[in-house]
Design a binder for this molecule. Structure first.
Ligand code: PLP
Length: 430
């Protein structure tokens, strides 16, 4: 079923699957198999030569994961998806699919801490340089770019600052120069579709809102199919030069009959083959279940978070609230340009009495879970200065937007009265 013309609420239920041709099962079956029987030797060699597309081995493809990939691609308005083992492997693949030792890429400084470490340290150890730029200045991406720059990278709604990334402005410059803009949309599914704003590749930690129930770790890459890799020839050697690990295949040529999918096919047949960070079929099933209610959940998350932000902004113990819908000036203009259907589930706030008050607040919560996660249906809270950011110096904490009394909430979909009651009683004791 090609559900691209449907609304998100319909895509998440129907794209990529109708019923199992053998069992007629309406729910997507969990294909818990490592391998697939070849019809005959010709079939096997055609599959390996990519002369025919089909299942070979679950490290590289799986029919359950395939439904999730098609569904996510349809939701994002892309041409194809690739499910992987985690959000971290999605961002790793996003970079390694284009960069080799000696290359560089430009990234926004406003990133999830795990992505920051991957880019600043592990990529560096692999000989790939990440050039960090402040997203407050969209022109900084172009200034940091040279002939060895293979891509630009940013998050739609990075926390803790929660300042929406100016996707359209930066994507327009990326188009002029001829580098792809890769956007991590983990915190803003449904409320932002980065490809509509000009992003070329979208990555997700499906662990968060896509799964939505805090059960499974996973990641996804979605290819918009809109970047013309061939046009910029030598800038993209991994796609335009012969690949010695695959009979000298030039990916932009080899997969042309399949459509504009060179990027995502190479990520599958080279990176999944060699690195092996495959999504488990059971987790793919969990993400398919989660996706079915994603638009509904996002609406509830957004409504509840807006109410929480409003109440916190009036509370005498709260010094400030970080929430896109309460921002003013340029930050608000960007939020309104990028977040089309709500300001998301994340709310930050600063307690007047600093780090001790932050800890007391967290310890007093009864319903909110105290966890290092976002995007669960349940409400979650964390005090970054004493946990996720405790290894950073105070200056580095401040640079990432974490102040001593800062608390991050991922507001869930419980009844708003119960959410507010828990927050209010914890604030009393903070
Ligand atoms: N990207 C963002 C924005 C995240 O918040 C996270 C995890 O918190 C990741 C990527 C990494 O995802 P995972 O934990 O699934 O590896």
């Amino acid at each position: 079923m090609t559900a691209k013309s449907f609304h998100p609420e319909t895509i998440v239920l129907h794209a990529g699957y109708r019923a199992d041709p053998n069992s007629h099962s309406v729910a997507v079956p969990i294909h818990q198999t490592t391998s697939y029987q070849f019809r005959d030797t010709k079939h096997a060699s055609d599959l390996f030569a990519l002369a025919e597309m089909g299942n070979i081995y679950t490290r590289i493809m799986n029919p359950t994961t395939d439904v999730l990939e098609q569904r996510m691609a349809a939701l994002e308005g892309g041409v194809a998806g690739l499910g992987v083992a985690s959000g971290q492997s999605a961002s790793t693949f996003a970079i390694l699919n284009l960069c080799q030792a000696g290359d560089n890429f430009v990234s926004s400084t406003d990133l999830y801490g795990g992505t920051w470490n991957l880019f600043a340290n592990t990529m560096k150890q692999m000989g790939i340089e990440c050039r960090f730029v402040d997203p407050a200045d969209p022109a900084a991406f172009a200034r940091a770019t040279d002939a060895k720059t293979r891509l630009w990278y940013a998050e739609t709604l990075p926390n803790p600052k929660l300042q929406a990334f100016p996707i359209a402005e930066v994507a327009a410059q990326a188009d002029q120069i001829g580098v792809p803009l890769i956007v991590d949309n983990t915190a803003a599914p449904v409320i932002c579709r980065p490809i509509e704003h000009g992003a070329h590749i979208v990555v997700y930690s499906t662990t968060k809102f896509i799964g939505g129930h805090g059960t499974s770790i996973g990641g996804m890459l979605v290819d918009s199919g809109k970047f013309d890799w061939e046009k910029y020839g030598d800038r993209f050697p991994t796609l335009n030069h012969p690949d010695p690990s695959y009979h000298g295949a030039v990916w932009t040529q080899a997969v042309k009959p399949l459509g504009p999918v060179a990027y995502i096919i190479r990520a599958r047949v080279i990176l999944l083959r060699d690195i092996g960070a495959a999504m488990s079929p059971f987790n793919a099933f969990q993400f398919i279940q989660g996706m079915e209610t994603l638009p509904l959940r996002m609406r509830a998350h957004c409504d509840n978070a807006a109410a929480v932000a409003h109440v916190l902004s009036k509370h005498p113990k709260v010094a400030s609230v970080t929430y896109p819908g309460l921002m003013t000036g340029e930050a608000r203009r960007r939020a309104d340009a990028v977040l089309k259907h709500g300001y998301g589930a994340l709310v930050g706030f600063e307690l007047k009495d600093g780090i001790e008050a932050g800890k007391r607040f967290i310890d007093s919560l009864k319903m909110f879970y105290h966890v290092a996660n976002i995007g669960d249906a349940r409400s979650l809270a964390i005090h970054p200065a004493s946990t996720t950011h405790s290894q950073l110096s105070v200056d580095d904490q401040l640079a990432t937007g974490v102040t001593p009394g800062y608390v991050r909430l991922s507001v869930g979909i419980e009844h708003i009265d119960d959410i507010l009651a828990d927050l209010n009683q914890a604030l009393e004791l903070a």
